[in-house]
Every structure is written in C-alpha cells, then in structure tokens.
Design a protein around this ligand. Structure first.
Ligand code: NAP
Length: 549
C-alpha cells in the first residue's frame, strides 16, 4: 500500500489560502493561463477578515489605502463608507472581488491542507487535505497568512469552565451578545483594545486581564470625507506607485525631516499634539526621523502618550497600570483605538494586573489568579497568534530529500526574500518571514509578492525551466541582512510577536524585514532583473514542463 494515494488531479500551481494574498494569486496567475487550485480552511474567502469577527474589529490602515489595486475600475467603483474599514465592510469588498472576477470556481472551501511533499524526480508537490484530496502541482504557493494561527494560553482548567469562551481570531459568525454578563477579556493587544470598549458597553461587568500595557493612539475614525475620496480616487494610480517609495508602503504621509532631539520641548509637544488630534499610527511615528532608531528620541514620544493616558484615565492606579513601561513606542504594533482609555472610567470595568498576580487556572465559574477568584459568564481570549511561522509549521511540509520546514525553522525562520526557502524548490510564500509584509500595508505587500511570483513563473516557462530553488548562500546573506537591519532599530527591544515572544518556547528571532518597502522592492526587482540572482534554476525535458506550456 503506498504511503499516499496517487494524486487524483494535477495542477500547475496549488495555492493554500483564499485570503487577500491567495485570491490575488488566483486572479494574477490565471492571467498566465495556469491550471490552478486553491484550498481554503474557512467556509468562504477573506482569510483574516473571515475569521476575526470580534466586536470592534477594523483595520488600522485607512480604507482608501487598504484595498486591492488590481483593477482601476474596481478601486473607482468601490465606496468605503468610513476612514478605516470595519471587518464586515472589508469582507464585503473581498467577497465582491471574488464574485466580480469569478474566483470561487477554483477554490475548495472547508478544506485544510495537512501535508505538502516535494518529489525531486518529477519536480512536483503532492498536497494532501483533511478532506482526503490528494493533488499534485509543479508549484505550491503558501498564502497562509501571518496572523492566522490563534493561540489560547495554556493555563489549566479551561475544560472545567461552565461559561462560554471565545478567541477573537475565531469569532462566531452570528455574533455574541454580552448583555448582562460578567465578562473577562484576556489580552490587551490590537484585538483586545478594539473589542474592550464595545464589550464594556454591553456587559454587566467587564474584567480586563492585562499582562503587558501597550501603546494605543486614537484612530479618529469618521465617515468618509467625500472630497478626500474624490481626490484620492483621481490620484489612485500615482498614489499606489508612490506607496512603494515609502517605508511602510503607504503614501500620503509627509516624511519627517528632523530628529526629535533637535526640536525644542515646545515644538515636540506641538507636533505630537497635532498628530494625536489627526489620529493614525504612521502619522504619529512620522513626527520625527528617529523615533524607531534612537531610544532617547523615542522616550519623548512614549512620554507624551503616557501623559495622555494619565490625563484620560481618572483612577491614578489604573492609569499607571495602563502606561506601557517595558518597550519603546512603535516597537510593538502600535494600536489604534476608539475610546479605549476612556473605557476604564466606567463603573463596570475593572483592570486586573496579571503581570504581578498571574492567572493560575480556570475554574468552573471563572478564573483564579494568585490572589483572587473572578466569577465570569464569558471569557474572551484576545491572546493573539503564533505569528508569521505558525501557519506554515502547522502543515507538514517536507521534501523527498528528508527536509521539513518544521526542522529547518527550529531555531527561527530562514528564507530568501521571505519568498522562498532553500531546500524547498518550487514552494513560494506570500509575505513570508523576512519580508516587510506585516510592517507594511498588507494588501500592497501581497500584490507585490504575487506579481513577483507571477513574473518568475512566466520567466521559468519562457526558458523551459521546471525548478527554482533559493541558494543556501543567498538565504544566509538575506537572513544576516535582516538581522543587521533590525539591530539598527529599537524593534528588538520589545517582547512582541515580531520576535515570537508571545509563544512559550518559540525561538526569539526578529521575523519581519524592517529595512522598508522601498529597499525591499528594489532588491526583489534587482534579483529578477539579474535572472533570479540567488536562485538555482533547472531546465527540464518535455515531460517535466508545466501543463499550461
Ligand atoms: P497580540 O498583539 O499578540 O496581543 C495578545 C495579548 O494577549 C497581549 O496583551 C498579550 O500579553 C496577551 N497574552 C498572550 N498570552 C497571554 C497569556 N498566556 N496570559 C495573559 N495574557 C496573554 O494579539 P492581537 O491583539 O490579536 O493582535 C495581533 C496582531 O494582529 C496585531 O499586532 C496587528 O498586527 C494585527 N491586528 C490588527 C488589527 C487592526 O488592524 N486594527 C486588529 C487586530 C489585530 P503580552 O503582551 O504580555 O504577551
């Protein structure tokens, strides 16, 4: 009996995931005439925006930016009702894209990829799903997302808890009504901070269990300004191009010109006040040139936000607990909120410090910390994800040469450009580790990767090549470069998911590329222009060509 049943179908490429990246890959690679199949674990398209349906979920990048640029007609037609898109609105747009471009016919939903094995003789991947599908493809494209593997803490006793519990990243589709309930939210990252003000308005009492305070800025969300929308739409193509000439892949924010340390106290205060009133994280981090590279400069911005927290939160003890003190502002994902700090002035909200008095277990009626029992009807885990590597490692990806991704990344991810991994031919990642993905506008990042991959496949086809593989030396140099760039910034000072700090036992390696979108895209373009420098390309006989040739 063979270990795997013979593949029932053969494709040019299998795409894993029908989120923003996977859908665009399907759209773009179809234009090359390839035979494609997408497997998606969820019941529909959307990825992140399909799963994260918690109250208050919305994007922290402005809606006119956080949108596909794949069709000018689409971006002209689509109307974003607010400055920042809500989860339902973004999902509606993604569904519209899937329908408008007839993408669903190549997607198998409710189908989770369990295994992908490369055969070096035929240069093909065999992909097995939890529905028993076994297919083969010349190329495998992992559009599995960076924040798609939700994690709940391992405290004992959750199975005893008689109330209901939820994870923000796996929220029930028909919503949750917390009216009249005693609710506990564990976690104060972006998901917690967005949901807490809304849950507080419904709950009888809300306990927020905070381990680490985070910096949050006001989003200043508002209805879309029609004049702004008109101007933006008139300039869309130019703005999309300009976005690649910015560090975070978002145009429209004038770059800073001076160090925070060159400004007087009064000038600094004036600038921070303006940015605070404007809302938005990039705008705030663009106050000065050196907020992310110089601790002393950063202290001025961190101190400003701490003062704002103290001025907002009436109870001084609660205010102090909410003031972040263990990391420079911006070195963890800077949060945007709507009335987060104000929520702690409500009588029905209690902040519980689980840094000094940790949770020890869940009980039948709630949870226990080292000094108290909390009676709860519902618990919300806003505890984040096994970020950046989790989804790839959940799939058993290996080659007939005996290498596995699990083993290869044991001490942290290693990639070339965040697109390929040495030892794993014909396997592409969309916004993989060591690419700027999560440190940039994600849709732009996905589009840039997919376009690069599409051009690469076109090149392979035109040159009769059947195999592409990152060279180990190129990968080593890229990993080294990533570390050097990160070490020139303050980012590694934070215990963030960027370094895997939220997952016990995960190797502490700084995972995103923080050299900026401009430098990164230039490097990707140069690599391609030089005939895929750093990659080994292999020609094949007629029988090995991909099906669409
Ligand atoms: P997160 O940023 O990783 O935050 C998780 C929170 O849970 C942290 O406060 C963490 O505390 C806490 N936590 C984790 N394990 C815990 C444990 N065992 N006991 C107690 N507390 C624990 O996760 P997230 O809020 O879901 O956000 C993840 C990322 O998704 C964001 O950074 C952002 O990139 C993206 N996101 C974006 C938006 C948006 O666009 N607006 C919204 C939501 C999410 P510690 O800090 O002490 O580990």
């Amino acid at each position: 009996m063979p270990a795997h049943p013979a593949p029932a179908s053969t494709f040019d490429a299998v795409i894993v995931g029908a989120g923003v990246g996977g859908l665009y890959a399907l759209y773009r690679l179809r234009k090359l005439g390839l035979k494609l199949r997408v497997f998606e674990a969820g019941g529909d398209v959307g990825g992140t925006w399909y799963w994260n349906r918690y109250p208050g979920c919305r994007c922290d990048v402005e809606s006119l930016e956080y949108s596909y640029s794949l069709s000018d007609e689409l971006q002209q037609d689509w109307h974003w009702p607010e400055r920042y898109g809500t989860q339902p609105e973004i999902l509606r747009c993604i569904n519209h894209v899937a329908d408008r471009f007839d993408l669903r016919r190549d997607i198998e939903f409710n189908t989770r990829v369990k295994e992908a094995v490369f055969d070096g003789n035929t240069n093909t991947w065999t992909v097995t799903t939890d529905t028993g599908r076994v297919v083969s493809a010349r190329f495998c494209i992992m559009a599995t997302g960076n924040l798609s593997t939700p994690r709940t803490p391992g405290y004992p006793g959750l199975e005893r808890f008689r109330g209901k519990w939820y994870h923000t990243g796996l929220w029930p589709h028909d919503g949750v009504d917390f009216t009249g309930l005693r609710v506990g939210v564990i976690g104060t990252g972006s998901s917690g901070v967005q949901s807490i003000p809304i849950i507080a308005r419904q709950a009888r009492h809300l306990y927020v269990f905070q381990r680490t305070a985070n910096f949050s800025l006001p989003a200043r969300n508002a209805a879309m300004d029609p004049a702004k929308e008109r101007t933006h739409k008139a300039e869309y193509p130019a703005r999309r191009r300009a976005a690649f000439d910015t560090p975070f892949g978002i145009a429209g924010y004038p770059p800073p010109v001076k160090s925070a340390l060159e400004a007087s106290d009064e000038e600094r205060r004036r600038i921070y006040e303006t940015k605070w009133a404007e809302g938005g994280s990039i705008s705030f981090l663009y106050s000065f040139t050196d907020l992310l590279v110089n601790k002393e400069a950063n202290d001025t911005a961190s101190g400003f936000v701490r003062q704002k927290i103290r001025a907002t939160v009436k109870d001084p003890k609660t205010a102090e607990l909410l003031c972040p003190s263990d990391h420079p502002i911006g070195t963890k994902r800077l949060i945007l909120d709507t009335e987060y700090y104000e929520t702690y002035n409500r009588d029905n909200v209690t902040l519980v410090d689980i840094r000094s008095k940790p949770i020890t277990e869940f009980t039948v009626t709630g949870l226990r910390t080292t000094d108290a029992d909390y009676e709860l009807d519902a618990i919300v885990f806003a505890t984040g994800f096994d970020a950046m590597t989790g989804a790839m490692k959940e799939i058993d990806i290996h080659t007939d040469a005996g290498q596995s991704i699990e083993e290869k990344w044991r001490y942290g991810p290693r990639t070339y450009l965040g697109i390929m991994v040495a030892g794993f031919p014909n396997l592409f990642m969309i916004t993989g580790p060591q690419s700027p993905g999560v440190k940039s506008q994600m849709i732009l990042a996905c589009e840039q990767h997919v376009d690069w991959i599409a051009d690469c496949l076109q090149h392979l086809r035109e040159h009769g090549l059947v195999r592409i593989e990152a060279e180990p030396e190129a990968e080593d140099a890229w990993v080294r470069h990533n570390n050097e760039v990160a070490d020139r910034t303050l980012y590694p000072l934070a215990n963030s998911w960027y370094v895997g700090a939220n997952i016990p036992g995960k190797p502490r390696v700084f995972m995103p590329y923080v050299g900026g979108v401009t430098a990164y895209k230039k490097k990707c373009d140069e690599v391609a222009a030089r005939g895929y420098e750093g990659f080994r390309l292999v020609a094949g006989g007629e029988m090995h060509r991909f099906a669409a040739q």
